[in-house]
Ligand binder design. Structure first.
Ligand code: SF4
Length: 336
């Protein structure tokens, strides 16, 4: 049987598609993995076609894909489909890493669910309260693969046995990327000390980095209380990248946005604005100015992406400053 597996968006390996591929290969099926939503020139006919989109802003690509492959099974948080990979193939946990030959880390969840319930987020509705999903030993591919773990947990410290997982990370000398972020609002001295004891890394594992979020101005005191606890235990502000949702709060003004931004920069934190509405060009422009690090060179009021001075500042800073390897955009999958 010929099977087409299509990753419609996202830069990180897609776990659902990796499971589908493993399931079909185990049955002797021919698996064709692609990111192309259009049928390519010499593609065969397929007995099964799958597509996954995790971002709402991929709606156009999803529609094009459905037009090209009318019988396709399409799912993911970027679609309105309620389909789950468990519903399709059961509870198998095998992952087919061969879809991503350039990705040498191990990826997965140690827990699902979240203790909080942010208004814009689908995780509490889809996954409920935190529960354990796997140990570190189960996430790591083993063998000669690097001891690099990319954990997709939305609330790592919400699982009851997080000390056990931290001990596994520390004792196994793993480098770990928490790309969905750790919850700084629920920071405690125990959690901060645990984080300080492990090799937390950015998405390409080169830099020390913890991802967190400050989405709403009303959380200012709680956010900085968490930052203070982290610093007191040896995690400096410069190791933090904070996603900041913009364009969601009805009372938001540019003054309030800049207040959040400036307070983080003053503590050495790297803010990462995430426009709720991807069609807001002003917020996209703000995001670009921020993630390129241009705020160190040019005030936002003078920032014009089209002028030569901006272009040369971008060149000086280089693309590496933009995404630190893979983009941490995956958090946007939480935005309905
Ligand atoms: S945004 Fe993060 S902290 Fe808030 S409910 Fe979603 S997963 Fe939990």
């Amino acid at each position: 049987m010929n099977v087409r597996i299509t990753q419609i968006d996202g830069t990180l390996p897609n776990l659902a598609l990796m499971r589908l591929a493993a399931y079909h290969r185990a049955r002797g099926d021919q698996v064709h993995f692609t990111r192309q939503v259009r049928r390519e020139l010499f593609e065969p006919e397929y007995e099964a076609v799958y597509g996954s989109a995790i971002f709402k802003f991929s709606a156009d690509r999803v529609e094009r894909f459905k037009t090209e492959f009318p019988g396709a099974i399409v799912g993911g948080t970027g679609t309105d489909s309620g389909l789950t990979v468990e519903g399709l193939i059961g509870d198998g946990t095998e992952l087919d890493y061969s879809l991503y030959p350039d990705f040498d880390a191990s990826i997965g969840f140690t827990q699902r669910g979240c203790r909080l319930s942010c208004k814009f987020c689908v995780v509490p509705m889809k996954e409920g309260k935190p529960r354990q999903a796997a140990t570190i030993a189960q996430v790591w591919r083993g063998g000669s693969t690097p001891r690099h773990l990319h954990l997709l947990d939305n609330d790592f410290f919400g699982q009851p046995d997080w000390p056990g997982r931290i001990a596994e990370i520390r004792d196994g000398r793993f480098k770990v990327c928490f790309s969905q972020g750790i919850n700084v609002r629920a920071m405690t001295p125990e959690v901060a000390a645990a984080l300080a004891s492990i090799e937390y890394r950015c998405t390409d594992f080169r830099r020390r980095r913890l991802y967190t979020a400050w989405d709403n101005l009303k959380d200012e005191d709680t956010f900085f209380r968490g930052v203070d606890i982290l610093e007191a235990h040896g995690v400096p502000g410069r190791h933090l990248m904070a996603y900041m949702l913009v364009g969601f709060d009805k009372r938001e003004t540019w003054e309030r946005i800049h207040h959040r931004f400036d307070r983080m920069v003053a503590r050495g934190i790297r803010p990462y604005p995430m426009p709720f509405d991807q069609s807001r060009r002003d917020l996209k422009r703000f995001q670009r100015w921020a993630v390129l690090g241009l705020y160190r060179d040019i005030p936002f009021s003078e920032y014009d992406p089209n002028i030569a001075a901006t272009r040369s500042a971008v060149r000086r800073r280089g693309d590496g400053d933009l995404f630190e390897g893979n983009s941490p955009w995956s958090r946007l999958e939480n935005i309905p």
